[in-house]
Unconditional design. Structure first.
Length: 133
């Protein structure tokens, strides 16, 4: 988003790279210097597919990343119900809730229709665990 929506250059976003993830520095830099969004998504999506790629838009990739974040937070939370993992997982799950509250409040403020607004929530409404909503 920083590159394609806001015109940031690679130098300005270097601090957002973290060692030890599936996205290597070479891929991070290649994605940030791609001239076309489709090429960047293809390159990034091939590494970060989360089992649900390829991605055609930034929101698709972000949605998959948020869903993955929620799954990891739930797994961490349930792995150690009385230890530090419970606290870390709980914080991760609350982070998702805050993101959803911000999404809802901004969507309501801007008059976004409910079906479109619902599609931006994490986890995505198409997932089995939230089909009752």
């Amino acid at each position: 988003r920083l590159v394609f929506n806001y015109g940031f250059k690679l130098e300005a976003i270097q601090s957002y790279f973290f060692e030890g993830t599936a996205l290597t520095r070479n891929i991070f830099e290649a994605v940030a210097t791609q001239g076309e969004l489709e090429s960047a998504l293809e390159l990034c999506g091939s590494v970060l597919a989360f089992g649900c790629g390829p991605f055609k838009t930034i929101p698709e990739l972000e949605g998959a990343a948020w869903d993955r974040y929620l799954k990891v937070a739930k797994r961490i939370w349930s792995s150690d119900p009385i230890g530090i993992n419970a606290i870390i997982g709980y914080i991760g799950i609350r982070r998702i809730e805050v993101s959803n509250v911000v999404t809802l409040s901004e969507g309501l403020r801007l008059g976004v229709e409910s079906s479109r607004l619902r599609s931006y929530l994490v986890p995505h409404p198409s997932h089995q665990e939230v089909r009752h909503v």
